[in-house]
Design a protein around this ligand. Sequence first.
Ligand SMILES: C[S@@+](CC[C@H](N)C(=O)[O-])C[C@H]1O[C@@H](n2cnc3c(N)ncnc32)[C@H](O)[C@@H]1O
Length: 286
Amino acid sequence: MSTNTSLRSLLSGSTLPKNEAKILLAFVLEKHYQLPRSALLSRDEMELSPQALKQWKDVEARRLSGEPIAYLIGKRGFHEIELYVAPGVLIPRPETEILVEIALREIQKLNRPANILDLGTGSGAIALAIAHLASQALVIATDQSPEALAIAKMNAEQLGLTDRVQFSEGNWYDALDDDHPSTQFDVIISNPPYIAAGDRHLNEGDLRFEPASALTDGGTGLSCLEVIISQADLHLKPGGIIAVEHGFDQSDATVHLMKMANLQDIQVYQDLAGHSRATSGRKSAT
Ligand SMILES: C[S@@+](CC[C@H](N)C(=O)[O-])C[C@H]1O[C@@H](n2cnc3c(N)ncnc32)[C@H](O)[C@@H]1O
């Protein structure tokens, strides 16, 4: 007979949305019993040990107070990889996969070893998703946050990509100064902080728990995009491409920044919700 600590009664008694309760209970099962998620159904009479029950109550309470699921379970899927994530880094978003796709298309077209730069790598999401699929890509991933870089390096090790992804700490392109001063890139990718200071979204949902330095530039939202785009020409090979993510209402401003930087073949990309979410531009080939 089931008691109030059986999997079934814990799930039915939780006030969390069902899908969230299942993810968190599956996490506890995996951690304490190395059981797969399917055990939620196949062993729903199973009673949790006192330690497992304590952890379930802890993650349930923290989720009820708003902590992101990805931080509670320590991972998030992105493109075709899984990343370790913790409060020091942004939780990778599905819309950022647009940048990975742009880079992969470009690498495929080049059909030779390609030099890629990922500015503001966070968990390493973009850099590692590219390197995972493109064996000809050599990627440099930068961030100004040592905490983020430590997590990105752990992910590179976990995914076996340390030979093709290098990490550098510093402010945007300054991070290249010591080790790669004259490297020019086939592809520059960045998902910089682009939310304006005071935007109400910063006080909503997962964003309340993510590092402010990953979300906002503390100003209009455009200052990081401006630095990254205006200096792209110096760091791109002739014919190279830069692609950046931006807010749904920042595509006009981003296109303008690309025109000011003499970039050509400017294209805007929509996310799955139909919002303008990324823009690319190309350095002249001559
Ligand atoms: C929106 S997050 C993107 C993280 C990751 N690329 C992703 O898409 O999931 C922006 C990242 O830029 C980094 N960053 C912010 N200001 C920076 C700066 N001045 N120079 C380098 N990196 C910076 C933050 O630490 C953060 O990791």
